[in-house]
Write a protein that binds this ligand. Structure first.
Ligand SMILES: Nc1ncnc2c1ncn2[C@@H]1O[C@H](COP(=O)(O)OP(=O)(O)OP(=O)(O)O)[C@@H](O)[C@H]1O
Ligand SMILES: [Mg+2]
Length: 1047
C-alpha cells in the first residue's frame, strides 16, 4: 500500500476521493488527464471504476495481471477492471449473491472492451476443468458472433455496438461457470438500409464478402466488392482501417461452430444476408399510374430462387446453387414488393404501392429480416450457452454493455430510444449510489447534510409516463387511423408537454431557441445534454410495420431461419403488436428489475477524444462526459460524507493488530472494540464517525495512515506468523518423530517386557524345579531332582575350584552337599594325592632324604620316646661335629675309612660312660654303611667298631633323656659289655643308625625306672632313671649307679 501510495502520489490519485479539492471539476479532469497520460487508464471513485479509453492495446490484461489481481483486496492494488471483477466474483462465491456489472459511457468509450475483459477474467480465474472449458469457450466465443452481427463502424467507434446486451454468466454454488444467457435490446436495424457517411452496415456483411470463398459467394450470387451493393456502400467507407474482414469472417465462422451453429445453419444465415444485400439493389421506378415497377426483375428471381414441384434429390444436389437464397415463390415476392394488402374489418383491400412506398416496404423487409435473424441468432446462442446439467442453485453475474448516450447531427427514433435507455440506467445509478449512499448515512444514524444531485427521474417520466409521456403520445398517434403522421405527433407533444422543463420545440421555444430547432424537431434536455430529435420517421419506426404480403412471402420461404422467425400465426393474429417504443420500454423495465435485484458494480467509461487517437486527451469532451455521468456528484457524496466506511467487523478484522487491546482477540462487541482501536490510533474527533454497524472515516488520509501502519505491522505479523508456522512445522515434525519414537519404544518395551515375562516364566519354572529338586534331593537320581542335583553338583564343583587347598600341608577341605559327599571324598583324596605327588615331585633329594629320616624317626620314636617331640622341628643333619672337630675327624678317620671303601654317613659327638665307675669320656660317633664307630675325641682313633651284627639292640628310655645303651652280645670278646652313651642328638643319631641297618626293632624302649647294662665278665651295672629333678643329665650316683635325670 505504501508503495502504491507513492505511485498514487506521483501520478495523480488512484481514487478520486483522495483529491485535495474534491469539488473542483478541473482537478478531477486533471487527475484523469495525468493518469491517462501515464497510461493509467483506471481510477476509482470509491468502488466505482472510471476507465478512460486508451485507444491502444496496453500490456495490462495478460495472465500475469490476472494472477496479480486474483483474490486480492480491491484497494490493495492499483485500480483495474480485474479488481472490480474479482471483488464481484468473490462476493458472488463467498456470499452467493447475484452480481451485475454495469458498464456505461458514450459510444466508443470502451464499454464492450471492458465487458470482454470482465469475461476474460472470469474465464481465467475459474477452475481449469475440461467440462468448464467448453462453457468458458462458449461464453467468450459468443462475443465475436454478436459483434459481427450487431456491431458496425460508426463515426464514433469502429466497432460500435448497435444493440444493447445484457449477459448473465451463470455459476453453480461452487463458483464454477455453468452457462450463460444473453438478452439483446433494440438493434439499430435502420443501419441495414442506411448508413451515414463514414459509417458502415453491420460488420458481417463486409466480412461475408471479404471472407467467403468463391464457391460460397457464387452460391449466394454475390460479388466480392461491397460497393456494388446499395445497402453496403452508402457510408462510402466499406473498409475499416486496421481491420481484416476476411480474417474476422474466419473467426466468426469458428465462433459459430463453437456455439454449435453448424454449417447448415451458417449457410442459412449467409443466405439471408445475401437476400438482404440483393434486396437493397432492387430498383423501383414509377410506372403506370404512379405504381411502382421493378427495374431489375432478374434480381428478384435471384433472391427468390426456387424450384417448383417435386425434385429428385440428385437433381437438387446437381443444381444446388439454384436452391439457395430465399427459396420463396418469385411471383409472391414480386407481388409483395409492389402491393400491400390491407385488412379493414372484414374487407381485404389490395392496393399497389407507389415507388417511394415500395422502397420503404422493401427496406422494412430488409430490416425486419435482419432484426429477426439477429434475435434468432441470440436465441441460438442462448440455447448453446444453456447449462448442460440442471443447476439447482444458480448464481449469476450479469454484464450490461449497452449503447452509450448519443447525440448526432440529426437524431431519430433510435437515438431517442438509446438515450431513454441511458436515462433509465442513470436513474438506476442514482438510486443505487447517490441515493443509497445518503440513505446509508441516515440508516446508520450519522448526522448528514444532504448533497444535492440532479435526479433525472423527471426526464424518464417525460419519456415513459403513461398517457403523458412521449412514448404514450407516439403510440396513440400510431393508433389514430388515417391522418396521423410525424407532424401531428409533434404537435401533440407541443400541446401536452409544453410546460415540461426538459422539453423544447420550435413551437414552444423563444426566438433564440427557435433558431436552433427546426419545425420538425423537438429537443429534450437529457441529463447528459440537450438532444434535438427530428420527428421524421418516428411513427413509422414506432409502428414497425411489415406489410402482410411481405410477411406472407417470407412465410413461404424455405430458409430454415425465416421458417423459424416468420410464422403464419403472426399473420392470423388479430392482436395489434406492441409498438417498438413500448416494447423497448417494457424490456427496459424488465432490465431494471433484473439489475436492481443484484449487487451492482459500476464501470464508467470515458472517451478522451473523438478521433480515436491514443494519447490525446481533449478536456472539453471529457468534461462533458464527467458531467453527464454524474461523476462529480458521485464523488461529492462519497467525499462530503465519509471517504470510507467499513462494517465494524471488517474494520476490526483488518486493523485489530494495531492495538494491543484488540489483538489478537478483541473484547466486547465489534463497535466498542473499534472504538478502543481508533482511540489507540489517536483518530481526531472529526476524522471518523461511528454508525450503527459501520465506522465512517472522513478523510482517506486517515485510512491510509492506518493502512500504512498496518502494512508495517504486517511485516511484524508476518514474522510472527512465519515463526509460528515454522514452529508448527517443526512441532509437527517433532510430534511425528516423537510418535515414531514412542512406537519404537513401545515395541522395544513390549519386546523387553515379553522377554522379561518369558524369563520370569522360565525362572518360575526353574525355581519350581529347583524347589522340587531340593525337596527330593535325597532321593535317588530321578527326573524330578536331576536338574537340582546337577545344579548342586555344578555349584559344588565351582565352589570347590575356588576353595581348593593351596598346599599339601593345608588340610582344609570345603563341605560338600550330601549328594556329592562320595565324590567329595574321592576328590579330596585324589586331590591330596595329587598335591602330595606334586609336592613330592618337586622336593629336593636332600630334603627328601630328610623326610625319609623324619618319617623313620616318627615310626620309631613317636609315642615311644618323650624327647621325640623336641626333635621334630629340628632338621636332621649328617654331621654334628663342630668345625674344629671336623678337621682331625676328616683327615684321620674319614681318610681311613674311605680307603676301606666306606663312606661316613653320620657323625656326632657323644659321651661315653665307662661300664665301671661310669667315667665320662668324650667320643665321636661315626656311622658307615656297615658299622658304627666310636672314636676318641682327642685323636680320632677308633675305640669301637661295631658292625650291625655286633649290636643286638639299642636301649633307650622313653623319657626325656639322652641315654643310649648299645647292647653287645655278652660273648663278644672284643668288647667289654654294653656301651653307655649320652648323645645330645639322640633321635637323629639313632634314626640314622636304624636307617642304615634297616632294622627298626634294633631300638628298644625301656620304661622302667632302672635298667641294667651288661658288663663283660662282670656283674651287670644299673642305670637309674629319675624324673622331675631340678637338673637333667647323666651322672654317677652315690649308690654307684648311673643316674639319669630325665624330665
Ligand atoms: N481498454 C482498452 N484497451 C485498448 N483499447 C480500447 C480499450 N477500450 C476501448 N478501446 C478501443 O476503443 C474502441 C471502442 O471501444 P468499445 O467498442 O468498447 O466502445 P463502446 O463503449 O462499446 O462503444 P459503443 O457504445 O459504440 O459500443 C475499441 O475498439 C478499442 O479499439
Ligand atoms: Mg460497444
Amino acid at each position: 500500500m505504501e508503495q502504491d501510495l507513492h505511485v498514487r502520489d506521483r501520478v495523480g490519485v488512484q481514487d478520486f476521493v483522495l483529491l485535495e479539492n474534491h469539488t473542483s471539476e478541473t482537478e478531477f479532469i486533471e487527475n484523469l488527464q495525468k493518469r491517462s497520460k501515464e497510461e493509467l487508464i483506471y481510477t476509482y471513485i470509491g468502488s466505482v471504476l472510471v476507465s478512460v479509453n486508451p485507444y491502444k492495446n496496453l500490456p495490462i490484461y495478460g495472465s500475469d495481471y490476472v494472477e496479480k489481481y486474483r483474490n486480492v483486496n480491491f484497494y490493495e492494488l492499483p485500480p483495474h477492471v480485474f479488481a472490480l471483477t474479482d471483488t464481484a466474483l468473490r462476493s458472488l462465491r463467498g456470499e452467493l449473491v447475484n452480481q451485475c456489472i454495469l458498464i456505461s459511457g458514450e459510444s466508443g468509450a470502451g464499454k464492450t472492451e471492458a465487458s470482454k475483459k470482465v469475461l476474460q477474467f472470469i474465464a481465467a480465474t475459474t477452475r481449469k476443468k475440461a467440462s468448464l472449458e467448453t462453457v468458458k469457450d462458449k461464453l467468450l466465443q459468443s462475443n465475436p458472433v454478436l459483434e459481427a452481427f450487431g456491431n458496425a463502424k460508426t463515426n464514433r467507434n469502429d466497432n460500435s455496438s448497435r444493440f444493447g446486451k445484457y449477459m448473465d454468466v451463470e455459476f453453480d454454488f461452487t463458483g464454477d461457470p455453468t452457462g450463460g444467457h444473453i438478452i439483446n435490446y433494440l438493434l439499430e436495424k435502420s443501419r441495414v438500409v442506411f448508413q451515414a457517411k463514414g459509417e458502415r452496415n453491420f460488420h458481417i456483411f463486409y466480412q461475408l464478402l471479404a471472407g467467403a470463398d468463391d464457391a460460397l459467394l457464387e452460391k449466394l450470387s454475390l460479388k466480392r466488392d461491397p460497393n456494388q451493393y446499395v445497402y453496403l456502400k452508402q457510408g462510402e467507407s466499406s473498409k475499416v482501417s486496421g481491420v481484416d474482414d476476411a480474417e474476422s469472417f474466419k473467426i466468426v465462422r469458428d465462433a459459430l461452430r463453437v456455439m454449435e451453429i453448424g454449417d447448415e445453419e451458417q449457410e442459412a444465415l449467409f443466405l439471408l444476408l445475401s437476400v438482404i444485400i440483393h434486396l437493397g439493389n432492387i430498383e423501383f421506378a414509377s410506372g403506370e399510374g404512379d405504381r411502382a415497377r421493378i427495374n431489375n426483375p432478374v434480381l428478384v428471381s435471384t433472391i427468390a430462387k426456387e424450384v417448383k414441384g417435386e425434385v429428385d434429390v440428385e437433381i437438387v444436389f446437381l443444381f444446388d446453387k439454384f436452391f439457395k437464397l430465399l427459396q420463396c415463390p418469385e411471383d409472391k415476392l414480386v407481388k409483395a414488393l409492389l402491393n400491400k394488402t390491407i385488412e379493414a374489418r372484414d374487407d381485404v383491400v389490395v392496393s399497389p404501392m407507389g415507388r417511394d412506398e415500395a422502397v420503404k416496404a422493401r427496406d422494412a423487409l430488409s430490416k425486419s429480416v435482419y432484426e429477426r435473424m439477429f434475435t434468432w441468432l441470440v436465441q441460438r446462442l442462448n440455447r448453446s450457452l444453456q447449462s448442460a446439467v440442471e443447476v439447482k442453485k444458480k448464481i449469476v453475474l450479469g454484464i450490461l454493455d449497452i449503447y452509450g448516450f448519443e447525440i448526432f447531427q440529426s437524431n431519430s427514433f433510435e437515438q431517442l430510444c438509446i438515450n431513454y435507455c441511458n436515462e433509465k440506467l442513470q436513474q438506476l445509478f442514482i438510486e443505487l449510489t447517490l441515493k443509497s449512499e445518503q440513505d446509508e448515512y441516515r440508516r446508520e444514524g450519522i448526522a448528514w447534510e444532504p448533497v444535492t444531485y440532479f435526479d433525472n427521474k423527471i426526464i424518464c417520466d417525460l419519456i415513459e409516463e403513461k398517457h403523458k409521456g412521449i412514448i404514450s403520445i407516439m403510440d396513440e398517434e400510431c393508433l389514430v387511423p388515417g391522418e396521423a403522421n410525424d407532424k401531428t405527433f409533434l404537435n401533440k407533444m407541443d400541446k401536452l408537454l409544453s410546460d415540461h422543463p426538459h422539453y423544447l420545440s420550435h413551437a414552444k421555444g423563444d426566438n433564440k431557441t427557435k433558431k436552433t430547432i427546426e419545425r420538425e424537431e423537438f429537443r429534450l434536455l437529457h441529463y447528459a445534454g440537450e438532444v434535438t430529435y427530428n420527428v421524421k420517421g418516428f411513427l413509422e419506426k414506432n409502428n414497425d410495420l411489415l406489410y402482410r404480403d411481405l410477411k406472407d412471402a417470407m412465410i413461404s420461404s424455405s430458409n430454415p431461419i425465416t421458417k423459424d422467425v416468420f410464422t403464419s400465426s403472426e399473420l392470423n393474429s388479430k392482436k395489434r403488436p406492441d409498438t417498438a417504443a413500448s416494447q423497448f420500454k417494457t424490456s427496459l423495465a424488465r432490465l431494471v428489475e433484473i439489475l436492481i435485484s443484484k449487487e451492482p458494480s459500476y464501470i464508467r467509461c470515458i472517451k478522451p477524444n473523438d478521433v480515436k487517437k491514443p494519447g490525446l486527451f481533449e478536456t472539453g469532451i471529457v468534461t462533458h462526459q464527467v458531467k453527464y455521468l454524474g461523476l462529480m456528484e458521485n464523488l461529492r457524496v462519497r467525499r462530503a460524507g465519509f471517504a470510507y466506511r467499513r462494517p465494524y467487523e471488517g474494520f476490526l478484522n483488518r486493523y485489530k493488530s494495531l492495538c494491543p487491546e484488540t489483538w489478537p482477540h478483541p473484547k466486547g462487541d465489534p463497535k466498542s472494540a473499534v472504538q478502543t482501536l481508533v482511540n489507540h490510533l489517536k483518530y481526531g474527533e472529526n476524522d471518523y464517525c461511528m454508525g450503527l454497524t459501520k465506522i465512517f472515516i472522513r478523510l482517506p488520509k486517515t485510512l491510509f495512515e492506518t493502512e500504512d501502519a498496518f502494512q508495517k505491522r504486517k511485516n511484524v505479523l508476518a514474522s510472527m506468523i512465519q515463526a509460528k508456522y515454522k514452529g508448527i512445522l517443526q512441532r509437527r515434525k517433532y510430534l511425528i518423530i516423537r510418535a515414531r519414537i514412542i512406537r519404537v519404544q513401545a515395541m522395544i518395551r513390549r519386546f523387553v517386557a515379553k522377554r522379561r515375562a518369558d524369563k520370569r516364566r522360565w525362572a518360575v519354572q526353574v525355581i519350581r524345579q529347583f524347589v522340587n529338586g531340593f525337596m527330593k534331593r535325597n532321593e535317588p537320581l530321578n527326573s524330578a531332582n536331576e536338574k537340582f542335583l546337577g545344579f548342586v553338583r555344578f555349584h559344588y564343583l565351582m565352589r570347590l575350584t575356588k576353595q581348593l587347598p593351596k598346599s599339601a600341608m593345608d588340610k582344609s577341605w570345603p563341605d560338600a552337599p550330601g549328594s556329592c559327599q562320595e565324590a567329595n571324598n574321592l576328590l579330596q583324596s585324589m586331590y591330596m594325592k595329587w598335591m602330595v605327588g606334586r609336592y613330592c615331585k618337586n622336593i629336593a633329594p636332600a630334603r627328601k632324604r630328610q623326610f625319609e629320616l623324619k618319617v623313620l624317626a616318627e615310626a620309631v620314636f613317636k609315642n615311644n620316646k618323650k624327647s621325640y617331640q623336641g626333635s621334630i622341628s629340628k632338621w636332621f643333619i649328617d654331621c654334628r661335629l663342630s668345625t674344629e672337630q671336623q678337621g682331625p675327624f676328616r683327615s684321620t678317620f674319614e681318610v681311613n675309612v674311605k680307603s676301606q671303601g666306606e663312606t661316613i654317613l653320620y657323625s656326632a659327638p657323644v659321651k661315653k660312660f665307662d661300664r665301671h665307675g661310669y667315667k665320662e669320656r668324650e667320643r665321636y660317633l661315626a656311622l658307615t654303611k656297615s658299622a658304627v664307630y666310636l672314636l676318641d675325641a682327642k685323636d680320632c682313633k677308633i675305640k669301637h667298631r661295631l658292625t650291625f651284627s655286633d649290636i643286638t639292640g639299642i636301649t633307650v628310655t622313653n623319657s626325656q633323656d639322652n641315654l643310649i645303651v648299645v647292647r653287645i652280645p655278652e660273648d663278644d670278646k672284643k668288647d667289654k659289655g654294653d656301651l653307655i652313651l649320652e648323645c645330645q642328638s639322640l633321635i637323629e643319631a639313632l634314626t640314622w643308625i636304624v636307617d642304615t641297618c634297616n632294622k627298626r626293632d634294633i631300638i628298644r624302649f625301656e620304661s622302667a625306672t632302672s635298667l641294667t647294662h651288661h658288663i663283660a665278665k662282670g656283674k651287670p651295672g644299673t642305670i637309674e632313671i629319675t624324673h622331675g629333678g631340678p637338673v637333667t643329665g647323666i651322672s654317677k650316683g652315690k649308690n654307684g649307679h648311673l643316674m639319669v635325670a630325665a624330665s
